[in-house]
Design a protein around this ligand. Structure first.
Ligand code: NAP
Length: 557
């Protein structure tokens, strides 16, 4: 039977890459699947993957016909067995029969697991299915193999006769993804040689025979994805490195494999259609990192000003290993957050003198001329100017050359990267600085470095040598999801005239709420966030930061 002619083989117009966005459709009924395919189409997907193994009942002929005849998107049929990480636990012949039927009915793609691919191809030999492309897939739910093993796997999959190679592995570390990118790039530069009109496969012909060959670069369509939180960049940057397809879900968390982003995030957070081979990659390095608003901010600014960059979350365990692995010029700049700001100081080839004095780096760029990593600290300017603005607003409404911080007693909670930046900045502005930290020795060390006093966190509630002090929380206490936590009792807040919290998820933390109720001026972490982001943007792009645009974007969130 022939199917309606819905040939959608390329992504939507205006896209700068050929990577298709596929929505996995995991319904228990055909009706639900049809609705979800419509939604996927309406939201901008290129392909829908019908996960037949998610159906609670299946009548292959009736169900496949219903799906294929009325499709509004190209359909990929996958019937994943339990032995390959899927949900199907029935008769193997029936499973493969359904996939063969999908081909007969004109499916655009089917997915066949490598383990059964040879047998499957044997069973369809001699039959012609003009339309259907066969994806031969291999999944590894434990790890990502070595580059040699990945290369061998690609060769084994190609040897089956696959139209498209799919390899999905698991990231135990973000550096695992680099191997997938390498294989992806390599798979596109495979060369077939054409012998004066007759195509021959490379390797089958003696190339030193004196015949004239024409070399043609042919793409081997390759889907290479690395599962898990640490593999997220594989799902975005495959558009830069030439992946054939990536998956985006209709709903957050309703995934067919661990780590899949939503279709909306692919399209609107990462602007996937605009990612091109020469797109510069930026990202925020942290652990945890998912709370950061930097990807929203930078991607939207890049898009608004037409800058060719993409900004991703980088869940990094070992900073030195990460920077060593992603050392190509594609990876141009990084923001650095908890807990890597101090380690970043050691990993850079050169460090700006202010960052060196602070002892923490929150921005790394790769210098284009020699590839060296240069570290900066933009945290302190952002935080200190926001606090100064807060004090000026409260006391005299205008700005003077003398910092309103001069002579004030400035209590910093925390002695990590942000704590060091605040302590350094307050000292520079003439404040008397006191550090309170969970680990007293770190508080002492920082206090000694800048010429201040040290407290333990438990001393803080009873600390009130004078009134009108300034308090800055630079720990993650109170950050989502632990929004009920606070570093200091409410009764102690009455001695402070201004309270600042570096935490910005949520915008108003419990600390800020209680400080406001106690009569203090409050300054949110969002102000610091924007201040430090201006500096990062300028380091990343060499362009002045469009400050109004930054503010407008952040007001939406
Ligand atoms: P960091 O270098 O890892 O330092 C963390 C600090 O928090 C350390 O002093 C640590 O104390 C303390 N701490 C962590 N968990 C604690 C807990 N449960 N109880 C008591 N103290 C705890 O991190 P960072 O880069 O400075 O970042 C700290 C916070 O500031 C994060 O929430 C981050 O999101 C936020 N931040 C915001 C901005 C912004 O733009 N608004 C910029 C930078 C950072 P120990 O020394 O005892 O371990």
């Amino acid at each position: 039977m022939d199917s309606p002619n819905v040939l959608f083989t390329a992504p939507s117009a205006g896209t700068k890459n050929a990577t298709l966005i596929c929505v996995p459709i995991m319904g228990e009924t055909i009706e639900k699947m049809k609705i979800d395919v419509q939604k996927a189409k309406a939201e901008g997907a290129d392909v829908a993957e019908i996960r037949l193994d998610s159906l609670s009942n299946i009548d292959p002929y009736q169900d496949l016909t219903a799906l294929i005849q009325h499709r509004v998107l190209p359909l990929l049929f996958t019937y994943r067995p339990k032995w390959e990480g899927g949900m199907y636990d029935g008769d193997e012949n029936k499973r493969l029969d359904a996939l063969r039927l999908a081909m007969e009915l004109g499916a655009d793609y089917i997915d066949v697991e490598l383990q059964v691919a040879h047998a499957f191809y044997d069973s369809i030999r001699g039959k012609t299915f003009n339309k259907t492309k066969v994806i031969v897939s291999s999944h590894n739910y434990q790890l990502t193999p070595s580059i040699e093993d990945l290369g061998n796997l690609v060769a084994r999959i190609q040897a089956t006769g696959a139209d498209i190679v799919k390899i999905a592995t698991t990231a135990t570390d973000i550096t695992d993804v680099a191997r997938m990118f390498q294989i992806m790039v390599h798979s596109q530069s495979m060369v077939k040689r054409k012998l004066m009109g007759n195509s021959v496969e490379e390797g089958r012909t003696n190339m030193s025979s004196g015949y004239i060959y024409e070399e043609i670069r042919t793409e081997v369509p390759f889907i290479g994805l690395v599962m898990g939180d640490r593999g997220l960049i594989s799902r975005i940057l495959c558009a830069k490195f030439g992946g054939y397809l990536t998956f985006g879900t209709l709903e957050s968390g309703v995934v067919s494999a661990p780590g899949q982003p939503t279709l909306q995030d692919l399209l609107y957070l990462y602007n996937l259609r605009q990612v091109a081979p020469d797109t510069k990659v930026y990202g925020i390095i942290g652990k945890p990192v998912g709370h950061s608003k930097s990807p929203i901010l930078f991607n939207e600014v890049f898009k608004s000003v037409g800058y060719n960059g993409v900004y991703v979350f980088l869940l990094v365990d070992d900073l030195a290993n990460f920077l060593r692995t992603y050392s190509s010029t594609d990876f141009v700049g990084f923001s650095v957050t908890i807990p890597h700001k101090e380690a970043a100081l050691e990993c850079c080839d050169e460090v700006d003198p202010v960052a060196k004095s602070i002892g923490a780096v929150n921005c790394i760029i790769r210098r284009p001329t020699d590839g060296k990593l240069i570290g900066y600290n933009t945290d302190y300017v952002g935080a200190i100017s926001a606090i100064e603005d807060g004090l000026r607003g409260k006391h005299n409404g205008g700005s003077t050359n003398i910092s309103p911080l001069a002579g004030k007693l400035f209590v910093v909670i925390g002695a990590g990267g942000a704590g060091k930046a605040l302590a350094y900045g307050a000292k520079e502005k003439g404040a008397r600085v006191v550090i309170a930290n969970r680990t007293y020795d770190r508080a002492r060390e920082l206090a000694d470095a800048i010429g201040g006093d040290a407290l333990t966190l438990s001393d803080l509630d009873s600390y009130h040598p004078e009134d009108s002090m300034i308090l800055a929380n630079t720990t993650s206490i109170g950050m989502q999801p632990k929004v009920d936590d606070t570093p200091i009792s409410k009764h102690a807040l009455k001695y402070y005239t201004l309270v600042f919290d570096a935490v910005y998820t949520p915008k108003i933390t419990r600390l800020l709420k209680e400080a406001e109720e106690s009569g203090a001026t409050i300054v949110t972490g969002l102000e610091m966030f924007m201040g430090q982001a201006y500096g990062q943007y300028e380091n990343f792009t060499g362009l002045p930061a469009p400050k109004e645009l930054f503010r407008k974007i952040m007001e939406k969130y």
